[in-house]
Design a protein around this ligand. Structure first.
Ligand code: GSH
Length: 200
């Protein structure tokens, strides 16, 4: 199988962590992608032009990260990172949605700086996105998932914290210190997190 993602994508990191944790990483070739390059086949693989995209052995293309994680769970036998019990599954999926939403907003803040000229940066828009990040982090801190369980919710939560650590949209370590021990507990439960750190 092929997983196309940059090594800095937090959504690609979700897939890399899940594949490593589930023992599937040796079956997957990780290949870089460049979303802004019109010649990159990414736009054919996923009409939305977003990474990660996974190509299965039979040629089927799978996106986005949530679907890739579900697919990996299925390939690993099921019920490993997606609970089968409905209540646990629902809670885990909502945790994943919250963490993904934090990453979506955090990425838009990065894109404003990267893709728009500085004189066009729109502070109210940046503050609007930062509000989502801050409220999302507060929501995580108020109701953290069990860090010792490796599932789609905790994987996405750790990736969101790791992305903000790296891009520094805010300092969650100061504003929500309880999340420091949360992330340490997750790192201990899931060594794949440290194995997929973005470059310094
Ligand atoms: N909901 C998607 C989000 C993926 C996403 O935003 N990926 C970014 C890189 S981290 C991307 O491809 N951005 C290019 C674009 O938005 O056109 C997922 O979970 O995979």
């Amino acid at each position: 199988m092929i997983l196309r993602t940059s090594i800095t994508s937090p959504f690609g990191r979700k897939a890399r962590i899940a594949a490593t944790h589930l023992g599937l990483i040796d079956r997957i070739s990780i290949q870089p992608a460049e979303a802004m390059d019109p010649a990159d086949p990414l736009r054919k693989e996923n009409p939305l032009g977003k990474m990660p995209v996974m190509t299965l052995d039979d040629g089927r293309r799978v996106y986005d990260s949530r679907v890739i994680l579900e697919c990996l769970d299925h390939l690993a036998g099921g019920g490993k990172i997606l609970p089968t019990d409905w209540d646990a599954r629902l809670a885990t999926l909502v945790q994943q949605a919250l963490a993904d939403g934090i990453m979506d907003a955090a990425i838009l803040i990065v894109y404003e700086g990267r893709h728009r000229p500085e004189n066009l940066h729109h502070k109210p828009w940046l503050d609007y996105q930062l509000g989502k990040v801050e409220r999302g982090l507060a929501g995580l801190a108020a109701n953290p998932p069990d860090a010792t369980r490796v599932n789609v919710g905790t994987i996405a939560t750790a990736c969101a914290l790791g992305y903000i650590d790296w891009r520094k949209q805010t300092d969650w370590r100061v504003n929500h210190p309880s999340l420091i021990s949360w992330l340490d507990a997750f790192r201990a439960a899931c060594p794949a997190f440290d194995a997929t750190l973005p470059p310094a």
